[in-house]
Design a protein around this ligand. Structure first.
Ligand code: COI
Length: 353
């Protein structure tokens, strides 16, 4: 693939510097254009530098855009591994379909990602709990104000060395159950990874943060009764020996870490179910002691224990505010597969050479 070189390279964060999430960006990015006449074309690697855009570009007005989140990890033998990229590309093309964005050629973006990672290998952080976060994105680039699907798009992949998504690392998170605002409704865009979902979640997220919570736990839009997800994570509950995650009813993002956890749990013989779970069932379990654990799963958040849930002004502590054994097993297994310290029984590590 064509590489346009930059004149000077950026300074990389020091090895012991706390990376946070999405604060540093590497030297290069992958880009590819779409026009109605040419289809997807002009795939290349170029310097990751600011781009000038006409302010009438449709993405700024109507948010016709989608993204993905993946991670690359340095293996003990020096190889680079990406966790299940084919799953992200498949989901991204499903999101594209929902948002009237043309399907992209998976083999071209995979090649672009591999070339980009080979070029940026030195940016992959080495410390435990860190990774090189991969952010593929498609935005509508036609300059026009009519509310129609764009006829031009830009596909890009930027890379960011990251640490923990939460500022407090693996400390259990505190969730506020939101029973006024909604993230998504049936027939909406909740199962697509589109930009607007995240914009729509910010009001409740900010209010929750003001009250000292990490995130909002969303309920279904129709009855405000069933647990959906956390926006940056899918949810799991260990209730009376059963591991339960909300079924993908159409308004929930089909997480790849979620899917991986389900497979690990089933193969290890846990009692697992994907079903609707009401907030009343969760609260009842917290009150009578049968709610053993709660945790969230996501690419950025990995496996995050939940230590406290507030619902209707009452706080419920889960597992004494500590990480439970199922959560720990999944954290160790998923990160072990990603870091190359566990055998890759499922073939989830895509090695880039
Ligand atoms: C991810 O986990 O990669 C996400 O996209 C969630 C969030 C950081 C937006």
């Amino acid at each position: 693939m064509e590489i346009i070189e930059r004149k000077t390279l950026k300074e990389k964060p020091a090895e012991n510097e706390p990376l946070g999430f999405g604060r540093y960006f590497t030297d290069y990015m992958f880009t590819m254009k779409y026009t109605a006449e040419k289809g997807w074309h002009d795939a290349k690697i170029e310097p990751n530098e600011p781009k000038p855009f006409d302010l009438a570009t449709s993405i700024f007005h109507y948010a016709q855009g989608i993204f993905e989140g993946m991670k690359a990890f340095l293996q003990p033998n020096g190889d680079v591994a990406v966790f299940r990229p084919e799953e992200n590309w498949a989901r991204m093309n499903r999101s594209a379909e929902r948002m009237c964005i043309p399907q992209f050629p998976v083999e071209v973006v995979q090649e672009g990602l591999e070339d980009l990672l080979k070029l940026e290998k030195d940016w992959i952080p080495k410390r435990a709990g860190t990774a090189l976060y991969i952010r593929p994105t498609i935005v509508a680039t036609r300059v026009m104000l009519g509310v129609h699907a764009s006829t031009e798009y830009l596909f890009f992949i930027i890379l960011s060395p990251v640490g923990s998504y939460y500022t407090h690392g693996l400390e259990p998170t505190r969730l506020l159950v939101e029973d006024y605002y909604v993230r998504s409704s049936l027939g909406g865009t909740g199962e697509a990874k589109c930009l607007g979902n995240y914009a729509a979640s910010m009001k409740a997220g900010e209010l929750a943060e003001e009250k000292g919570f990490d995130q909002v736990l969303w309920l279904d839009a129709n009855e405000k009764k069933y647990v959906e997800e956390v926006g940056s994570m899918n949810m799991f509950f260990v209730l009376d020996g059963e591991v339960i995650t909300p079924s993908l009813v159409g308004s929930i993002l089909p997480g790849i870490t979620r899917k991986s956890c389900l497979q690990i749990l089933r193969d290890k013989g846990y009692r697992v179910s994907e079903r609707r779970i009401s907030i009343d069932e969760v609260i009842e379990g917290a009150e009578n002691g049968t709610l053993e654990e709660a945790f969230g799963t996501g690419t950025a958040a990995v496996i995050s224990p939940v230590g406290l849930i507030r619902y209707r002004d009452k706080d419920y502590t889960i597992n004494g505010g500590k990480m439970g054994s199922v959560t720990k097993m999944l954290y160790d297994t998923i990160t072990g597969i990603q870091n190359g310290t566990f055998p890759d029984e499922y073939g989830w590590r895509k090695i880039i050479r």
